[in-house]
Ligand binder design. Structure first.
Ligand SMILES: Cc1ncc(COP(=O)(O)O)c(C=O)c1O
Length: 363
């Protein structure tokens, strides 16, 4: 029986391409052996491609985006390290919260939701030595894409490394990891890469890797030196420390191959076009964007509905009357905004137009 899944337009997970979905229905395969080794090696190359970092060390850590963050924290940070977190939304706050649980000395530099980072304050904070500067590339709670160049320059000038959350940008918004010299970054597969959730792609710059003493890292599963050891020592047959779901891994491999087939530049342009079409359509219906125009995201659109229209009721109406699922606001924007993903398979004009057509019946 065919199931009408409607239209899933939340900022991840996103609908799967049929070629990705078919991988999930295949019989289980071993997480070792020749076919596995070939897919693993191709995935490593594809990850370097999507991170735009030909010399980067890359990992497909099994777990959600947060597991990727914790693996970077365990591997490259120590209790009492001073880390400056740039915060302009819910996920910036979450980043600070997670790092604080690692007993890191977190200093938060906040700026208003919907605006970019406070660089003068960052400059001042960097007058005191810091181990790292951490931030969200694309703030999913407000639909803001934070420019990275100046932050990286300021941090590196003061000897701090940069740790970046690219969860809702990787594969949808340019992330020139190699060119910018991003030291450590994590993402998740269920957003612009349009794969199932469950793997956190990681990027580590060789300079940060070499500067880190493996003996100082505590723990095992989230210790990237353990992942590296298995790649080096068992690489010819079993390149990961634990069992990996073969269906999940082959689905991610297929999704990454589709990114390469499309080409990053074409993919970024497709995301930008879809988000612009959505923004223009919603603005013509009286919606107001939360982000300032210079930092507006092309993967997540966050808008306040026209006066007199309740954001939660709108999302409910779309779901009940049109079988379209969107997200609401987070934190202080809860009940006040709607959030729509145009990521991977969602970033298509027909998808945007179907949503706009449904929206017209409700506002
Ligand atoms: C910017 C950002 N960071 C982190 C996360 C958390 O990702 P995960 O649920 O895969 O741990 C999300 C999820 O929406 C996100 O948008």
């Amino acid at each position: 029986m065919a199931v009408d899944t409607g239209l899933l337009l939340i900022p991840g997970p996103v609908p799967l391409h049929p070629r990705v979905q078919e991988e999930l229905a295949k019989p289980a395969q071993p997480h070792y052996g020749d076919a596995w080794i070939q897919a693993f090696a191709e995935t490593q190359d594809l990850l370097r491609y999507v991170w735009q970092a030909p010399k980067g060390k890359v990992f497909s850590l099994v777990g959600p985006g947060h597991a990727g963050l914790e693996s970077l924290a365990f591997t490259f940070l120590r209790p009492r390290d001073r880390v400056i977190v740039l915060d302009n939304g819910f996920f910036g706050q979450r980043l600070a919260e997670v790092l604080a649980t690692h007993r890191i000395d977190v200093e938060v530099i906040g700026s208003e939701w919907g605006t970019g980072f406070d660089l003068p304050k960052l400059k001042m904070a960097l007058a005191k030595p810091a181990k790292a500067v951490a931030f969200i590339h694309n703030e999913t709670s407000t639909g803001v894409t934070n420019p990275m160049d100046e932050v990286v320059e300021l941090a590196h000038a003061r000897g701090a490394f940069v740790l970046v959350d690219a969860v809702s940008s990787l594969g949808g918004i340019p992330f020139p990891g190699g060119k910018l010299g991003i030291d450590a970054a994590f993402s998740a597969t269920q957003k612009c890469l349009a794969a199932p959730a469950g793997i956190s792609p990681l990027l580590v710059a060789p300079s940060l890797w070499e500067a880190t003493d493996p003996a100082a890292v505590e723990g095992w599963y989230l210790n990237l030196f353990v992942w590296d050891k298995y790649q080096r020592e068992w690489g010819s047959w079993h390149p990961t420390p634990t069992t990996v779901s073969s269906n999940l891994f082959f689905a991610v491999h297929r999704a990454l191959a589709l990114v390469k087939e499309e080409g990053l530049e074409a993919r970024f342009a497709r995301h930008a076009r879809a988000a612009a079409r959505l923004r223009e359509g919603l603005e013509s219906l009286g919606f107001e964007p939360v982000p300032s125009p210079e930092v507006v995201s092309s993967t997540v659109t966050c808008m306040r509905p026209p006066a007199g229209i309740d954001a939660s009721a709108l999302a409910k109406g779309l779901h009940e009357k049109h079988n379209i699922t969107i997200s609401g606001g987070l934190g202080p924007l809860r009940g006040k905004t709607i959030r729509i993903g145009t990521m991977g398979t969602q970033a298509e004009p027909e998808v945007v137009d179907r949503l706009l057509g449904a929206m017209k019946t409700l506002v």
